[in-house]
Design a protein around this ligand. Structure first.
Ligand SMILES: [Fe+2]
Length: 339
């Protein structure tokens, strides 16, 4: 593990050096929730609101998902971490497979989070929804030419006109896992072969969108909130979004979420925080990153509601499949020669 990339982040004013040292020794101070997080977005508003409402301190240890899970396994019973929070169901499903999570029985979370966006055993719960869908040039594509399925992007007319993320990216792997779950390995391999033939491979969704703006590609696949960010900066940004596969299985919905750890020192407090983030704190949690609420009683923020709409048909396959099929997805992308 490369611990130099782990970063401890404190919110609120009451956390002291003393509590830090105590938690480092594994005796978590009372009234403190420690979160190991692989999620790197602006979340301060939600956690500061929780801290001041309930008088509880929250500490974060940020790092890459692989190193955070490795650290949790190494710490075992001695860990002072209460919650593992991250993006992508694949990461959460991996942690569940490693036995890192407690299994919660929470009527609040069951009511707030749709069944397909939580682990069937209560190990982890989505707290926000991010939709990975088709984006296109509003300047170069006529409405009738906009592709409406992921599969279409594998067809020969899109040769050299598609921008896609790398095969090592967890977003790509989970999308491919969703195709395997819905189609089959062989049918998905055919699609990935076409993508590999057609695509320019991009390192980040933001670069991918700018490449469509700049004319390097006409279409691509990206998470909706990256386009929301571009549109917040420039309302005339010349890239649009279409929800994929609305006439069959629905668009690929991924998530960010969290679970209470099996070795948590404060499991009740940790559960209380997750319940709050999924209900009273939903808006604060999702709006900071232009994500969609998972809680159907919570309205999306004005920007994404106005730009993208409030409803779409999402794939109802349980998101834990993206994790269970991750190894197959990686193998398939390799077999397709997709970089
Ligand atoms: Fe992201």
């Amino acid at each position: 593990m490369n611990s130099t990339t782990l970063r401890l982040v404190l919110f609120g004013f009451t956390a002291s050096v003393g509590s830090l040292l105590l938690s480092a020794c594994g005796t978590d101070s009372e009234g403190t929730i420690q979160i190991y997080t692989g999620r790197h977005y602006d979340l301060e508003a939600a956690f500061e609101a929780f801290e001041s409402e309930f008088g509880i301190d929250i500490e974060f240890l940020e790092g890459s998902d692989a190193e955070l899970r490795e650290r949790l396994q190494a710490e075992g019973d001695d860990s002072s971490a209460d919650i593992y929070m991250t993006v992508d169901a694949g990461n959460l499903a991996t942690a569940a497979e490693q036995g890192l999570f407690a299994s919660l029985d929470s009527p609040v979370l069951d009511a707030a989070v749709p069944a397909e966006l939580r682990d069937p055993d209560g190990s982890w719960y989505a707290l926000s929804a991010r939709v990975r869908t088709i984006v296109y040039s509003t300047e170069r594509l006529a409405p009738d030419d906009i592709p409406t399925t992921y599969e279409e992007l594998a067809e020969p007319q899109w040769k050299d006109r598609v921008c896609l993320r790398t095969s090592s990216n967890t977003y790509t792997q989970s999308l491919v896992a969703s195709l395997i779950a819905n189609l089959s390995y062989d049918a998905t391999l055919e699609v990935a072969n076409g993508w590999a033939d057609n695509a320019h491979i991009m390192a980040k969704d933001g670069i991918l969108l700018d490449s469509i703006r700049d004319g390097r590609c006409d279409v691509g696949i990206a998470n909706h909130y990256y386009l929301a960010r571009k549109l917040a900066e420039d309302p005339d940004y010349p890239v649009g979004l279409v929800w994929a596969n609305q006439n069959d299985r629905g668009v690929h919905v991924n998530l960010s979420g969290a679970g209470v750890l099996a070795n948590a020192d404060d499991p009740e407090l940790a559960q209380q925080l997750l319940e709050w983030l999924a209900s009273d704190g939903q808006n604060l949690f999702v709006d900071g990153n232009n994500e969609y609420p998972v809680n159907p009683d919570v309205a999306p923020e004005t920007l994404i509601a106005n730009e993208f709409g409030v409803t779409f048909e999402g794939d109802r396959t349980n998101a834990s499949e993206w994790g269970l099929l991750n190894a197959e997805a990686v193998r398939l992308l390799d077999e397709a020669g997709y970089e």
